[in-house]
Design a protein around this ligand. Sequence first.
Ligand code: PEP
Length: 250
Amino acid sequence: MRRKIVVGNWKMNNTIAESVDLATAIAEKVGADGVQCEVGIAPTFPALYEVCKVIEWSGIRLCAQNCHYESDGPFTGEVSTRMLAAAGCSYVILGHSERRQLFGETNATVNLKVKKALAEGLSVILCVGETLDERERGVTGQIVTAQVVEGLIDVTDISKLVIAYEPVWAIGTGKTATKEQAQEVHALIRAKVTELYGQKAADHLRIQYGGSVKPSNAAELFAMPDIDGGLIGGASLNADDFMAIVEAAG
Ligand code: PEP
C-alpha cells in the first residue's frame, strides 16, 4: 500500500513573513489532525530556513522548487543541493513545466539535477507532462515516456523518487484532466517504470497528479488506482483549501 503524498508548490509567491504565516497555519492543522498522507510544502529559497523552523515539529516535509547540479562554484543565481539540505529540505521538485518552458530546462539538465539531488540524500519529485499541442497530436505517451526515461538515465535506485504527472495544459488554467485521463497516463508511467526497475520498485513508486487540483476535485482524482496524491499550485496558497486537499488524500 503506497502512502499518498500531497505537496504544495508555492512558486514565486510570498515573502519570508508571509511564508512563515502560511506554513504555521498548515503545520497547526496537520499537527492537530494527524493526517494519514505525507505532506510537503515548497516555499521560495529565501523562506526555506525560516519555514523549516516552524514546521519541523509537525512532520511536514520541506521541499525546494529547483536546484543546481553542481555542489558549489561560479553559477550566479543558483542554489545547490548541499545548501538545500542544510536549510532543512528533504525534497526537491525538478523538471517542473515552468522550469522547462520558461528557463530552458531539458530532459538532460533535469537528469543531472535528479542524480545530484539523490546523491545528496534528497528525495526528488520529478515532474513530467505534455503540452496541449502534444496531447492534440496524440503524442502524450511518447513525450511523458521520454521525460521519465531520459530524466532517470543512470539512476539505479528510485526509492527516494516521486513522479508528478502534470499535464501542462492543466497547470494554473483551471482545466483539470479528468480522473480517467490522469489515470491512463499514471498507469503508463508505472508500466514504463516496471520495465526499467522491476515490479517491486514500480509498486512502491508514488505518482502524484498536478494541474488545477482543488478541494472539489481532489477526492475523485486521488481515488484512482495509480494516483498517489497531488502536487498543488494555486490551491496550496490558502491553508484551508490546501488542508481540504490533504484530507481528501486520507
Ligand atoms: C503546479 O504548478 O505544480 C500546479 C499543479 O499548479 P496549479 O495547481 O495551480 O495548476
